[in-house]
Ligand binder design. Structure first.
Ligand code: HEM
Length: 97
């Protein structure tokens, strides 16, 4: 899975680097770009099957800590937005009622 992951990333980058736009494309199509882009598409299928069969990779401990911390901060932020929203709604109803 990790090989497919980085191969896909490299192919996307290569497809982007070999892309061309404008009028010249119709007369002289960028075949390398097409091939690289289609290879990305071809890699999607085994990737989906592998994920379906093997499941998601284990989260590494350090990554887990980062993820938990991010989750906590998101919850705190959501809570603050909710409090602000409630205060805003009550204040508005008090002022306009
Ligand atoms: C991950 C894959 C791909 C990436 C990142 C990518 C990216 C790009 C970018 C950045 C352009 C330039 C647009 C411009 O400057 O006008 C472009 C143009 C183009 N790409 Fe791709 N592409 C991908 C896959 C493909 C595939 C699979 C095909 C077809 C088999 C394709 C066909 C074209 C064509 C025909 C153009 C020229 C469009 C035009 O200006 O008329 N691309 N692509």
């Amino acid at each position: 899975m990790i090989v497919i992951h980085w191969l896909t990333a490299l192919l996307v980058l290569a497809a982007w680097l070999t892309s061309e736009g404008g009028r010249g494309v119709a007369e002289n199509p960028p075949m390398l770009h097409f091939t690289l882009g289609l290879s990305v598409l071809v890699l999607v299928l085994p990737r989906l099957i592998l994920r379906l069969v093997g499941g998601a990779p284990e989260c590494r401990p350090r990554l887990r800590i980062v993820r938990q911390e991010l989750g906590r901060r998101m919850m705190r932020h959501r809570y603050m937005v909710k409090v602000w929203h409630e205060a805003h709604v009550s204040l508005r109803s008090m002022l306009w009622s």
